[in-house]
Design a protein around this ligand. Structure first.
Ligand code: IMP
Ligand code: MG
Length: 174
Protein backbone atom coordinates (compact mmCIF):
# COMPACT_ATOMS: atom_id res chain seq x y z
CA UNK A 1 0.00 0.00 0.00
CA UNK A 2 1.24 3.53 -0.77
CA UNK A 3 2.16 5.67 2.27
CA UNK A 4 0.26 8.86 2.88
CA UNK A 5 2.51 11.92 2.79
CA UNK A 6 1.54 15.29 4.24
CA UNK A 7 3.31 18.35 2.81
CA UNK A 8 5.30 20.16 5.50
CA UNK A 9 7.28 22.54 3.25
CA UNK A 10 6.24 23.07 -0.36
CA UNK A 11 8.65 23.07 -3.28
CA UNK A 12 8.27 26.86 -3.64
CA UNK A 13 8.92 27.48 0.06
CA UNK A 14 12.03 25.29 0.02
CA UNK A 15 13.45 26.83 -3.14
CA UNK A 16 12.80 30.40 -1.96
CA UNK A 17 14.59 29.70 1.31
CA UNK A 18 17.55 28.08 -0.47
CA UNK A 19 17.89 31.23 -2.57
CA UNK A 20 18.01 33.36 0.60
CA UNK A 21 20.61 31.14 2.24
CA UNK A 22 22.70 31.07 -0.95
CA UNK A 23 22.71 34.86 -1.04
CA UNK A 24 23.83 34.96 2.59
CA UNK A 25 26.61 32.42 2.02
CA UNK A 26 27.79 34.29 -1.10
CA UNK A 27 27.94 37.55 0.90
CA UNK A 28 29.80 35.93 3.79
CA UNK A 29 32.35 34.34 1.43
CA UNK A 30 32.97 37.28 -0.88
CA UNK A 31 36.40 37.03 -2.50
CA UNK A 32 36.87 33.42 -1.42
CA UNK A 33 36.24 30.01 -2.94
CA UNK A 34 33.85 27.72 -1.10
CA UNK A 35 34.59 23.98 -1.02
CA UNK A 36 31.23 22.27 -0.68
CA UNK A 37 31.12 18.83 0.86
CA UNK A 38 27.89 17.10 -0.01
CA UNK A 39 26.94 14.48 2.53
CA UNK A 40 25.39 11.65 0.49
CA UNK A 41 22.86 10.55 -0.21
CA UNK A 42 20.45 12.89 1.55
CA UNK A 43 22.37 16.09 0.86
CA UNK A 44 22.54 15.70 -2.91
CA UNK A 45 19.38 17.57 -3.95
CA UNK A 46 20.03 20.42 -1.52
CA UNK A 47 23.69 20.67 -2.57
CA UNK A 48 22.77 21.02 -6.25
CA UNK A 49 20.11 23.65 -5.61
CA UNK A 50 22.41 25.57 -3.27
CA UNK A 51 25.48 25.37 -5.53
CA UNK A 52 23.53 26.68 -8.54
CA UNK A 53 22.60 29.81 -6.58
CA UNK A 54 26.04 30.65 -5.12
CA UNK A 55 27.79 33.57 -6.79
CA UNK A 56 31.27 32.91 -5.33
CA UNK A 57 33.61 30.29 -6.88
CA UNK A 58 32.61 26.79 -5.84
CA UNK A 59 34.35 23.43 -5.78
CA UNK A 60 32.51 20.29 -4.88
CA UNK A 61 33.25 16.95 -3.26
CA UNK A 62 31.16 14.10 -1.93
CA UNK A 63 31.24 11.93 1.13
CA UNK A 64 28.93 9.19 2.22
CA UNK A 65 28.42 8.32 5.85
CA UNK A 66 25.83 6.15 7.45
CA UNK A 67 24.28 6.67 10.84
CA UNK A 68 20.94 5.01 10.35
CA UNK A 69 19.80 1.48 9.62
CA UNK A 70 16.58 1.03 7.75
CA UNK A 71 13.40 2.65 9.01
CA UNK A 72 13.26 5.68 11.25
CA UNK A 73 15.42 4.69 14.24
CA UNK A 74 19.07 5.71 14.72
CA UNK A 75 21.56 2.89 15.23
CA UNK A 76 23.97 5.36 16.87
CA UNK A 77 26.76 4.02 14.65
CA UNK A 78 28.43 6.29 12.10
CA UNK A 79 30.72 4.90 9.41
CA UNK A 80 32.36 6.22 6.22
CA UNK A 81 30.92 4.54 3.14
CA UNK A 82 32.68 6.78 0.62
CA UNK A 83 35.49 9.20 1.45
CA UNK A 84 36.29 12.53 -0.24
CA UNK A 85 38.32 12.57 -3.47
CA UNK A 86 40.20 15.81 -2.74
CA UNK A 87 42.40 16.95 0.18
CA UNK A 88 41.01 19.75 2.39
CA UNK A 89 44.31 21.47 3.26
CA UNK A 90 43.85 25.26 3.32
CA UNK A 91 40.29 25.18 2.02
CA UNK A 92 37.19 27.01 3.27
CA UNK A 93 34.90 24.02 3.69
CA UNK A 94 31.12 24.13 3.83
CA UNK A 95 29.49 20.85 4.84
CA UNK A 96 26.08 20.53 3.21
CA UNK A 97 23.65 18.31 5.11
CA UNK A 98 20.05 17.32 4.55
CA UNK A 99 19.08 17.23 8.22
CA UNK A 100 20.64 17.45 11.66
CA UNK A 101 18.89 15.24 14.12
CA UNK A 102 20.89 13.96 17.10
CA UNK A 103 23.99 15.70 15.69
CA UNK A 104 26.03 12.48 15.91
CA UNK A 105 26.84 12.29 12.20
CA UNK A 106 28.02 15.86 12.07
CA UNK A 107 30.06 15.75 15.24
CA UNK A 108 31.87 12.68 13.87
CA UNK A 109 32.37 14.30 10.48
CA UNK A 110 33.80 17.46 12.05
CA UNK A 111 36.25 15.41 14.06
CA UNK A 112 37.68 13.61 11.03
CA UNK A 113 37.58 16.59 8.66
CA UNK A 114 39.46 18.92 11.04
CA UNK A 115 42.33 16.39 11.03
CA UNK A 116 42.81 17.20 7.32
CA UNK A 117 43.79 20.82 8.03
CA UNK A 118 41.17 22.88 6.21
CA UNK A 119 41.36 26.65 6.72
CA UNK A 120 37.80 26.70 8.04
CA UNK A 121 34.74 24.47 8.33
CA UNK A 122 31.18 25.73 8.29
CA UNK A 123 27.93 23.79 8.30
CA UNK A 124 24.87 24.35 6.19
CA UNK A 125 21.76 22.25 6.63
CA UNK A 126 18.41 22.16 4.90
CA UNK A 127 16.59 21.01 8.03
CA UNK A 128 17.29 21.01 11.74
CA UNK A 129 15.41 19.23 14.52
CA UNK A 130 16.82 21.14 17.51
CA UNK A 131 14.70 19.21 20.04
CA UNK A 132 16.51 15.99 19.16
CA UNK A 133 20.05 17.27 19.57
CA UNK A 134 22.34 15.11 21.74
CA UNK A 135 25.62 16.63 20.54
CA UNK A 136 24.93 20.13 21.80
CA UNK A 137 28.38 21.47 20.89
CA UNK A 138 27.67 21.21 17.14
CA UNK A 139 27.31 24.79 15.87
CA UNK A 140 25.29 25.12 12.68
CA UNK A 141 26.16 28.19 10.58
CA UNK A 142 23.29 28.12 8.07
CA UNK A 143 19.89 26.49 8.65
CA UNK A 144 17.12 26.71 6.06
CA UNK A 145 14.33 25.42 8.32
CA UNK A 146 14.01 24.31 11.95
CA UNK A 147 11.29 21.68 12.12
CA UNK A 148 9.47 19.81 14.90
CA UNK A 149 10.39 16.24 15.84
CA UNK A 150 8.64 14.43 12.98
CA UNK A 151 10.10 11.99 10.47
CA UNK A 152 10.34 13.79 7.13
CA UNK A 153 11.04 12.69 3.56
CA UNK A 154 11.70 14.34 0.21
CA UNK A 155 14.34 16.70 -1.17
CA UNK A 156 16.93 13.97 -0.63
CA UNK A 157 15.54 12.52 2.60
CA UNK A 158 14.34 8.93 2.56
CA UNK A 159 12.20 6.44 4.38
CA UNK A 160 13.76 3.03 3.65
CA UNK A 161 15.42 4.56 0.54
CA UNK A 162 12.10 5.78 -0.83
CA UNK A 163 10.85 9.35 -1.45
CA UNK A 164 14.25 11.03 -1.91
CA UNK A 165 13.03 12.39 -5.23
CA UNK A 166 9.99 14.26 -3.87
CA UNK A 167 10.46 17.96 -4.74
CA UNK A 168 9.01 19.03 -1.34
CA UNK A 169 9.43 18.07 2.33
CA UNK A 170 6.70 15.79 3.61
CA UNK A 171 5.79 13.78 6.69
CA UNK A 172 5.00 10.10 6.24
CA UNK A 173 1.75 9.35 8.04
CA UNK A 174 2.52 5.92 9.52
P1 IMP B 1 22.01 12.49 13.24
O1 IMP B 1 23.36 11.87 13.21
O2 IMP B 1 21.14 11.91 14.30
O3 IMP B 1 22.04 14.00 13.31
O4 IMP B 1 21.28 12.03 11.93
C1 IMP B 1 21.46 12.59 10.71
C2 IMP B 1 20.98 11.65 9.63
O5 IMP B 1 19.85 10.89 10.02
C3 IMP B 1 20.50 12.46 8.46
O6 IMP B 1 21.56 12.79 7.59
C4 IMP B 1 19.47 11.57 7.84
O7 IMP B 1 20.08 10.66 6.94
C5 IMP B 1 18.88 10.79 8.99
N1 IMP B 1 17.62 11.40 9.47
C6 IMP B 1 17.38 12.05 10.64
N2 IMP B 1 16.12 12.47 10.73
C7 IMP B 1 15.52 12.11 9.58
C8 IMP B 1 14.18 12.30 9.05
O8 IMP B 1 13.27 12.90 9.65
N3 IMP B 1 13.96 11.78 7.81
C9 IMP B 1 14.90 11.12 7.09
N4 IMP B 1 16.17 10.94 7.54
C10 IMP B 1 16.47 11.42 8.77
MG1 MG C 1 22.54 13.09 5.98
Amino acid sequence: MADKIRVLLSEDEVNARISEIAEQISKDHEGRQVHLICVLKGGVFFTCELAKRLTVPVSLDFMSVSSYGSGTKSSGVVRIIKDLDEPLEGKDVLIVEDIIDSGRTLSYLLEILWQRHPKSIQICTLLDKPERRIKKQVKVDYTCFSIPDEFVVGYGLDYDQKYRNLPYIGVVEL
